[in-house]
Design a protein around this ligand. Structure first.
Ligand SMILES: C[S@@+](CC[C@H](N)C(=O)[O-])C[C@H]1O[C@@H](n2cnc3c(N)ncnc32)[C@H](O)[C@@H]1O
Length: 204
C-alpha cells in the first residue's frame, strides 16, 4: 500500500479534531528560541504547527496525508493562525519543501513501511538556515498500543546523528538525550515511554 493511502486511512478513522497541545520536547526546546520561520515535517493534525504559529513562528507544515493536512488547516483556522501557517503535501521520500528555515522540526517522523528516513532527516538538516535549529524527536521505546512490531529496533541517538551526515564543526549539539514521558493510548491507557531528542544548532 502507498504511504499516502496508509496515513489517509489512519487519519480518516481517528479523531477529526486536534489535541491542541504541542509535543513536550517541542515546547521545552523551542519555547525559549527567538521566533522566525519554521518547517515542520510530518505535521499530522497540526498540533505542533498551531502551537508554533501561536508563539509567532511562520510555519510551513508538511505531511503525506491530505486528510491530516485538511484537519491541520481547520485547526489553524480555529486557532486564528491561518495567516502564519502554510500546509504542503509531500511524500518526503520523493519531494521536499523549498527553502531554508530558522527551525526544522521532525517529531515522531516514523512510518510503518520501508522508506529512506535517514536520507529525509539529512535533507531536513540541509534545510536549516545558518544559526538555525534542528529538532528531531523519535521513539526510543514501544508503547504497548503501538502499531510497530514488538521486536522493533529503534534507532539510538548516535544512529540518527550519523544519518544526518553533518559537516564536522558546523553544528553545536545542544541536546542529544533520551527523555521519559507518560504517553496516552487511543483508549485512554497510559504508559511511560522513552523518546530520543536531538536538538542541534547550525553554526555556519
Ligand atoms: C507518527 S505520526 C507523528 C505526527 C506528529 N509529528 C506527532 O508528533 O505526533 C507520523 C506523521 O508523519 C507523516 N508521514 C509519514 N511518512 C511520511 C512521508 N513519507 N512524507 C511525509 N509525511 C510522512 C504521517 O502522515 C504522520 O502524520
Amino acid at each position: 500500500m502507498q504511504t499516502e493511502t496508509i496515513w489517509n486511512d489512519i487519519y480518516s478513522k481517528g479523531p477529526q479534531t486536534s489535541s491542541g497541545k504541542p509535543g513536550l520536547a517541542l515546547s521545552q526546546f523551542v519555547g525559549p528560541l527567538r521566533v522566525g520561520t519554521a518547517l515542520e515535517l510530518g505535521c499530522a493534525r497540526g498540533d505542533d504547527a498551531v502551537w508554533l504559529a501561536r508563539q509567532g513562528w511562520h510555519v510551513t507544515a508538511v505531511d503525506v496525508s491530505y486528510v491530516a493536512l485538511d484537519i491541520a488547516a481547520r485547526n489553524a483556522l480555529a486557532a486564528g493562525v491561518l495567516d502564519r501557517t502554510t500546509f504542503e503535501a509531500h511524500d518526503l521520500a520523493l519531494s521536499f519543501p523549498e527553502g531554508q528555515f530558522d527551525l526544522v522540526a521532525a517529531s515522531f517522523l516514523h512510518s510503518p513501511q520501508d522508506w529512506p528516513r535517514g536520507e529525509v532527516l539529512a535533507r531536513a538538516a540541509m534545510a536549516v538556515a545558518p544559526r538555525g535549529h534542528l529538532l528531531i524527536v523519535e521513539h526510543a521505546s514501544r508503547a504497548p498500543w503501538s502499531w510497530s512490531p514488538e521486536n522493533t529496533h529503534f534507532p539510538t541517538v548516535e544512529d540518527t546523528l550519523a544519518s544526518l551526515q553533518l559537516a564536522s564543526g558546523a553544528w553545536a549539539h545542544r541536546c542529544l538525550c533520551p527523555i521519559a514521558r507518560t504517553a496516552s493510548g487511543p483508549e485512554g491507557q497510559s504508559a511511560t515511554v522513552t523518546d530520543n531528542v536531538l536538538f542541534l544548532q547550525r553554526l555556519t
